[in-house]
Design a protein around this ligand. Structure first.
Ligand SMILES: [Zn+2]
Length: 301
């Protein structure tokens, strides 16, 4: 691996003017000093710290108005790919401390249009067993203290974004097609409950979440998926069930079993991501990208 650290800065761009609305900031172009452009990104979750796909990986520091982000870039079959381990390379960033806005903003500034992420989740149902993969299609947000939107009212802008399809249908069907081809057992749909963490859930919470329609529980997919949509990026997440939720198993939960289960399946997940990227063109044939029709229609007046 090439450990060169490329400096990418947008600090001098007009985006840093805090009185600009998000719409104006979103419409701005690359700042001066751009060194690369990538249309595809992987956000790696627990146990996924190496994309295993791109040659000549280089570490890239992206300074955004929301904070600094360190990621890796590399080339895969002629396409630049960004890899961003959301917990940091050494897994030293707990879910509630992740700077989700900076992460998504940095990817957008690098030209990324499509993001596929991995998430380790707990099962809320006996029939969803550890080792299963789930292509998420809905989420329920139980986070509490996170900066969860780019539309924070700066510039007097009030926007409510449509989330009828929280995850990109184009990316989801791509993941499902590949998993079918591989013959890997998986669920084509799943509702993700996102908790604040870092503690695990109580058995009472697991019962409640299941009764409310949740299938799996994790700590990171929100606000990541929501911010991607606000930024006009396609986003899908492949979840690996690493354990039963509290109360569904006689064993207490521990982080090591999550890491071990992820280790056992990391090659499958990596292969699915590689195949997905081989088939993606970066063209967004869906409603995830910014379109005046539905964004303006949802704006308060
Ligand atoms: Zn999309």
């Amino acid at each position: 691996m090439n450990e060169n650290v490329l400096e990418y800065s947008i600090q001098n761009s007009a985006d840093t003017r805090q009185n600009k609305s998000f719409r104006e900031r979103r419409c701005s172009r690359f700042g001066r000093g751009t060194l690369m452009k990538a249309e595809l990104a992987i956000i790696g979750g627990t146990g996924f710290y190496n994309p295993g796909m791109a040659g000549n990986l280089e570490q890239l520091e992206v300074n955004t108005i929301y904070g600094s982000v360190t990621c890796q870039v590399g080339e895969h079959q002629g396409k630049n790919v960004v890899f961003l381990p959301r917990h940091g390379k050494e897994h030293n960033l707990p879910p509630h401390r992740i700077n989700y806005r900076a992460n998504i903003w940095a990817l957008r500034e690098l030209g990324v249009k499509c993001i596929i992420s991995s998430t380790a989740v707990g099962s809320l149902r006996k029939e969803i067993t550890p080792g299963m993969l789930v292509v998420l299609d809905q989420f329920i947000d139980f986070t509490k203290y996170r900066k969860h939107t780019f539309y924070d009212g700066t510039g007097g802008e009030v926007v409510h974004t449509d989330f009828t399809e929280p995850y990109c249908p184009q990316l989801r069907s791509c993941l499902c097609r590949i998993l079918h081809q591989k013959g890997v057992p998986f669920l084509e749909k799943g509702t993700y409950i996102c908790t604040e963490g870092p503690r695990y859930e109580t058995p009472a919470e697991v019962k409640l979440f299941a009764a409310w329609g949740g299938d799996v529980v994790g700590m990171t997919n929100v606000p990541e998926v929501a911010l991607a949509r606000e930024a006009g990026l396609c986003y899908a997440s492949l979840s690996l069930v690493t354990n039963y939720g509290s109360g569904l198993s006689s064993q207490p939960l521990n982080h090591q079993e999550v890491v071990e289960e992820m280790k056992a399946k990391i090659n499958i997940i990596g292969d699915v991501f590689i195949k997905a990227f081989n088939s993606l063109t970066g063209v967004q044939d869906c409603r995830c990208a910014f379109k005046e029709d539905y964004k303006l229609g949802d704006k308060d007046n």
